[in-house]
Design a protein around this ligand. Structure first.
Ligand SMILES: [Zn+2]
Length: 182
């Protein structure tokens, strides 16, 4: 298999997204490590996300570039430190390479098929509602909305070819809201 170069289109029929947008991470840059992947699963995951979610949103709302897309294990380990510790407590597991593998397997950004987005000029509540009502997805999460501020937080979307669970909810500091904006 030939690997894509950073300026190649992620999906040949979607003109607005390139591989550097999948790999880039301010945190990886700051720590000085590579956050690209050669995994076929990741490459396919990103392609499907562009075809089914990223490009349809671009066509409807206009230009944007995702904030956080692929996260390799090294990046995820830094970003999920607190969430992993909390997960271990909840599952009554010790923090160990075995429990980390179990936790890491549940994450969607490392599949290439998930990203966090905001679109300039579009309130995140409106973006959430549009995706929920018009697109196919695995999980759609309204992350950290503040009551009364439709622009607060951000929107997480994942797509899993053949395995979409079609779940939507909001994640807040107080927990999960399953009927958000219903
Ligand atoms: Zn996310």
């Amino acid at each position: 298999m030939t690997y894509p170069s950073p300026t190649d289109l992620v999906h040949p029929s979607c003109p607005n997204f390139r591989w550097y947008e999948v790999w880039r991470s301010q945190l990886a840059t700051r720590y000085g490590f590579d956050n690209t992947s050669k995994s076929e699963r990741v490459i396919l995951g990103a392609k499907n996300l562009v075809l089914h979610v990223a490009q349809p949103l671009r066509d409807h709302f206009g230009g944007y570039s995702p904030q956080s897309w692929y996260r390799g294990e090294r990046l995820e380990k830094i970003l999920c430190k607190t969430a992993y510790a909390k997960w271990c407590r909840k599952k009554r597991l010790r923090q160990s390479p075995a429990s980390w593998s179990q936790y890491f397997a549940l994450k969607s950004h490392p599949t290439g098929g998930a990203f966090d987005i905001e679109i300039p000029g579009v309130p995140n509540d409106e973006l959430f509602r549009y995706i929920r009502d018009n697109l196919e997805y695995d999980q759609l999460i309204r992350e950290y909305p503040v009551v009364g501020d439709p622009r607060s937080g951000w929107v997480h979307v994942s797509f899993a070819e053949g395995a979409n669970r079609n779940q939507d909810f909001a994640l807040t500091s107080k927990g999960i809201i399953y009927d958000y904006l219903r």
